[in-house]
Design a protein around this ligand. Structure first.
Ligand code: IPE
Ligand code: IPE
Ligand code: MG
Length: 248
């Protein structure tokens, strides 16, 4: 991914802006390893990247920004790292940051299996509190995928259809979408993954069906608004056909 220069920014802003960007925030551990410090320090450093990305998204007029914070597979990590990742007041969304985001018009929401008993009550209460405090905001929907798995989300939607006794032969894509964690969430237009890994790792499987993918070697703690602008510039150079034939 080529980093765009400052004079190029107006051109990006004038182009087609993805309505929904998803970011797979990867590489915190390697960032810490390079500094010979604890993995949790890498997670701690992730917040600056989140905040800069939010500013970038606001500047571009992106409506939805979804960030992958903890997958249903991340329970495989050791206890101390998991305990740290559970506590958003320690890493991704410190109290002061939440206040700044609230003032910027950002609504913070969570998707994932939030009722999982492995999530400490204190963490759940914090998430509920910051969601409620920003619930009136409409400028940018900042979605944090937490204890999230794309497969789990689809399974949960299917279970909800079955629980209501919906007739199998009547089920449409719209019916299933209506049972996803945030039914109003639009499809993801652009997925960005940092740290040179080229995979989806169970992120927004349903919503990313026709997403464009941009991969960067930058580790998440080093990711800034400029990287987001560059990813959007790359997105603008793609031709999204959605199954239609190539023309011209
Ligand atoms: C962040 O990066 C992803 C989270 C689960 C928070 P990692 O912790 O996966 O970092 P690497 O891949 O080990 O470098
Ligand atoms: C994906 O990163 C999950 C998050 C960013 C939260 P991982 O580091 O867990 O993914 P894998 O294991 O490399 O696929
Ligand atoms: Mg990783």
């Amino acid at each position: 991914m080529r980093i765009i220069e400052q004079p190029e920014l107006p051109r990006v802003q004038a182009g087609e802006i993805p309505r929904h960007i998803g970011a797979i925030m990867d590489g915190n551990g390697r960032w810490a390893l390079m500094r010979e410090t604890e993995r949790t320090e890498g997670h701690r450093a992730a917040e600056e990247a989140v905040y800069s990305s939010v500013r970038g998204a606001l500047n571009l007029g992106v409506e939805w920004l979804s960030l992958y914070a903890f997958s249903t597979e991340n329970w495989r990590r050791n206890d101390s790292e998991i305990a740290f990742l559970m506590d958003f007041s320690e890493w991704l969304l410190h109290e002061e940051r939440v206040e700044e985001l609230r003032e910027l018009g950002v609504r913070i929401r969570f998707v994932g299996r939030l009722d999982d008993e492995r999530i400490p009550d204190r963490s759940r209460a914090y998430l509920n509190d910051i969601s409620a405090r920003t619930a009136h905001n409409t400028r940018l929907q900042l979605v944090i995928a937490f204890n999230y798995g794309g497969r789990a989300e689809i399974i949960d939607a299917v279970r909800s259809l079955l629980a209501d006794g919906v007739e199998p032969e009547t089920v449409t894509e719209a019916d299933l979408e209506a049972r996803l964690y945030l039914p109003e969430m639009p499809d993801v237009d652009l997925v960005v993954r940092t740290s040179a890994e080229h995979r989806l790792s169970n992120f927004l499987l349903w919503q990313a069906s026709y997403a464009e993918f941009v991969f960067t070697e930058t580790l998440w703690p080093d990711f800034r608004a400029w990287h987001l602008y560059s990813a959007v510039a790359e997105y603008q150079s793609r031709r999204r056909r959605m199954g239609a034939a190539v023309t011209g």
